[in-house]
Design a protein around this ligand. Structure first.
Ligand SMILES: *Cc1c(COP(=O)(O)O)cnc(C)c1O
Length: 366
């Protein structure tokens, strides 16, 4: 009977298959192929769900899929920054948090806010400088509470020596958190390298269509899972059901989107490196985010306002190509060049993307 056919076990399959199959209802007659949208605030008492702040079957489907991809147990949150806040809330008074100086602005903002209110001590380091990270981890006699890794960083695109740093963090008793938003679990799986918590802005590549804001945490340790789930229950930083359903729908094509946008990114890196208007191209060698440096803010602004296809917009990881001059944000680190333009490469035709850039770069070079 087809009713006895189990859904395929995700662990034995490649990521390209897991991303399509994980988190589906069982293969039984009249089961839908997609997890339905469960719009419910309360459930008849006596079961596992009880109330809409504690559980939702649509979240569970998304969490099963992301958990299978990252080899852990996932929890969905209302935004990436809600997930960041949930993790940082676990840190005790006066504890040390070591983090990249070029981490996501909102993550840096939360660290600065907690430090200003006397809650924690934050040490911001160049995450690509392993010796500097080790020194910061050793700077407190009590060790560090958290080593926060973002790799590649935003928008400098520095890459951390992940395995070395995870081991060093554990040596001083720190929990190691990896913001895996830029790489996605298809290109990098930090839990398999020993990290304690993986964080995502689901808003970006995982959802991939510029149509929702959502976050997630993924862990391996059951006790840590219970603590984080308990925090989500208590604080209520839960995602909307429709957003979660859309994120799961977006996730199904992640491997195709990454494959195409990464190939586009690599080709653009090649062509931009040879362009006279571009003084520097930064690309970590994987993923779909690149950064170019033009000679000053004015030239970069001219570029971002002269394209027809490339959209001048913040955020990244969607099907359409977007870019922005990062220093237009007041809070951006002053170590980021004024003329740096972060580019999130989409899945469009490469020649269309290139000719649009080329015509916009012409007056910049002149
Ligand atoms: C966008 C982003 C965040 C924050 O996520 P939101 O969903 O916008 O709250 C965190 N980390 C990185 C690397 C991001 O790009």
């Amino acid at each position: 009977m087809s009713g006895d056919t189990p859904a395929p076990s995700p662990s034995s399959l490649s990521a390209a298959t897991v991303v399509v199959h994980a988190g589906r209802p069982p293969h039984e007659p009249d089961q839908p192929l997609n997890a339905p949208i469960m719009m419910a605030s309360t459930y008849v008492a006596g079961g596992d769900l009880e109330y809409g702040r504690y559980a939702n079957p649509t979240w569970t489907a998304f969490e099963e899929a992301l958990g299978a991809l990252e080899s852990g147990r996932a929890l969905a949150f209302s935004s990436g920054l809600a997930a960041v806040s949930t993790v940082l809330d676990l840190v005790g008074r006066d504890a040390l948090v070591v983090a990249p100086r070029h981490a996501y602005l909102g993550s840096i903002g939360q660290l600065g806010d907690l430090e200003a209110r006397g809650r924690i001590k934050a040490a911001l380091v160049d995450i690509a400088d392993t010796a500097a990270v080790l020194e910061a981890l050793d700077s407190s006699p009590d060790g560090a509470a958290i080593l926060w890794i973002e790799s590649p960083t935003n928008p400098a695109l520095e890459v951390a020596d992940m395995e070395r740093l995870i081991a060093a963090g554990h040596d001083v008793g720190a929990s190691v958190v990896v913001d895996n938003t830029f790489a996605t679990p298809l290109l990098q799986r930090p839990l398999e390298l020993g990290a304690d918590i993986v964080l995502h802005s689901v808003t970006k590549f995982l959802a991939g269509h510029s149509d929702l804001v959502m976050g997630a945490l993924v862990v391996r340790d059951d006790q840590l899972y219970d603590v984080l789930k308990g925090r989500r229950d208590l604080v209520g930083a839960i995602p909307g059901t429709l957003e979660t359903w859309l994120a799961l729908r977006g996730l199904r094509t992640l491997h195709l989107r990454i494959e195409r946008s990464q190939a586009n990114a690599a080709e653009l890196v090649h062509r931009l490196s040879a362009h006279p208007a571009v003084t520097e191209v930064r690309y970590p060698g994987f993923g779909a985010v690149i950064a170019i440096v033009l000679d000053g803010a004015d030239r970069a602004d001219l570029l971002t306002h002269s394209t027809k296809l490339w959209v001048h917009a913040t955020s990244l990881g969607s099907v359409e190509s977007t870019f922005e001059r990062r220093r237009r944000w007041k809070g951006e680190a002053t170590t980021i060049p004024e003329g740096l333009v972060r580019m999130s490469v989409g899945i469009e035709d490469i020649e269309d993307l290139w000719s649009d850039l080329e015509q916009a770069l012409r007056p910049v070079a002149g």
